[in-house]
Structures are given as C-alpha cells and as structure tokens.
Ligand binder design. Structure first.
Ligand SMILES: [Zn+2]
Length: 234
C-alpha cells in the first residue's frame, strides 16, 4: 500500500520518476484458475492518458489485473505509465495508431497502421501485443482477412465515454457482467477512473476475479477471429 501512496503523490504532482518507486510487489501473485473461479476481464481503451497512473494505483491496491488497448500515437507522452502496466502484470493490446475506423481502410493501410502501433508498443514494453481491438468495434471483411491477431471485442459496454457518470458505470458493470465477460471502459476519462473502486468492490462481492484477456482466453483465441467474451469460446 506504500507503493500506491507513492504513485498517488506522483500522479497529483505530475512529476513522474519511476526510479523512486520500490521495485517489486511484496508478494508473488497467483494467477486465478478461470476454470474454477469466476473470471472477468476489465479492458481500458484509447489511452494511455493523464488518469492512467491513478487507475494503476487503484488496480494495484485491489490486486486486480486489466488489459489496456493503447493508441500508438499516445505512447510517447506516457511511456512511464505503459512501462508500469507491464511491470505490474497488466496486458497491453493494440487499438490502432490514432483510432481509425478500420472499415474505411484498405488492407495495406490496416497493416501499416497496426504494424506501426505494434512497433511503438514493443519499443516501450519489449513485447509485441498479442491481441488487438478495432476502434468502434468496426470491422470490414477486408479488416477481418487482414488482421493477424485475435480481435477482442466486448460484451459489457459501460458507455462511460457517453454518460460520464461514475454511478452509471458501476450500475451497468454490476447488472451486465457474467462469468467470462469482457468489460469496456476508457481510462482517458476521470469519471471512469472514479468509478473503478466501486466497480471492483461490487464485482468482488459477486465473486469475480479480475484477470487479463490473455489469462482468461489466451490459450484459446485464434489470429484473425473476433471474440466478445470467454463464453463465446465454448
Ligand atoms: Zn477506442
């Protein structure tokens, strides 16, 4: 918890120097066995952004793992946050360079956009993203044929970007989540980050464990196919 407090101070001052943070979590995490516990994947799109560091503090305090679908164009401004995601065992995925509607692009343009974003993520994390999420959930036949990663959609849309109300975000998450759900949020909105402590509390009370997309579905998803949740794998 000491670590979270340090992160909070950094977030409010905006002075990011992660070299001052203690290096590793106190205890090794055991990955939940999603065959025996109710797993869900929280996913955060369109970042990283100015509230991402605070979100990482909240996730850390609750030992919750999440998946971040990043825009390549934003990485340069938030490299510390992206390094922190990977250091703290969150998953990082590709959400295109600048939120293009892939249904409007040619095969060559799609490939160029996703490759550029993959490279930007790998430059920061050292790892290639294994899954991608199409902006707006929009896919053409060309996009489906071109994209050589699993395409991760969602089954619980909190509409956080639209209503910008933390209580509504919590209510939708509580009402619509089921075992194996993939929940969609956007950490570029302060109102979304404000909702996350209650989202975690409420879903924890219902017995859910928070894992990455890879932990929940990684061994079963295939390149070039689209998935909305873990139930769609059965
Ligand atoms: Zn998006």
């Amino acid at each position: 918890m000491h670590r979270a407090a340090v992160g909070g101070v950094l977030a409010t001052t905006g002075l990011l120097s992660l070299t001052t943070l203690p290096a590793a979590a106190e205890t090794e995490r055991t990955t939940p066995d999603c065959d025996n516990v109710k797993c869900v994947a929280l996913t955060f799109d369109d970042g990283p952004g100015r509230y991402t560091d605070e979100l990482l503090d909240i996730l850390d305090e609750n030992d919750a793992k999440a998946t971040f679908y990043l825009l390549g164009s934003k990485l340069d401004s938030y490299t510390e946050e992206v390094e922190r995601m990977v250091d703290e065992d969150h998953e990082v995925g590709n959400h295109t360079w600048d939120h293009a509607d892939l249904a409007d692009l040619s095969a060559g343009e799609i490939k160029e956009d996703l490759d550029r974003t993959d490279k930007a993520i790998k430059d920061v994390t050292g790892q290639m993203p294994t899954t991608m999420r199409p902006p707006y959930g929009s896919l053409s036949d060309t996009a489906r044929e071109t994209i050589d990663k699993p395409m991760l959609l969602w089954d619980v849309d909190t509409l956080d970007w639209q209503h910008r109300d933390p209580e509504t975000t919590v209510d939708i998450a509580a009402e619509e989540t089921d075992e194996g759900s993939v929940l969609l949020f956007h950490d570029i909105h302060e109102t979304t980050v404000d909702a996350i402590p209650d989202v975690l509390d409420t879903l924890s009370e219902d017995g859910y464990e928070f894992v990455t997309v890879d932990e929940m579905m990684g061994s079963e998803v295939e390149s070039g196919s689209a998935y909305s949740d873990a139930r769609s794998l059965d």
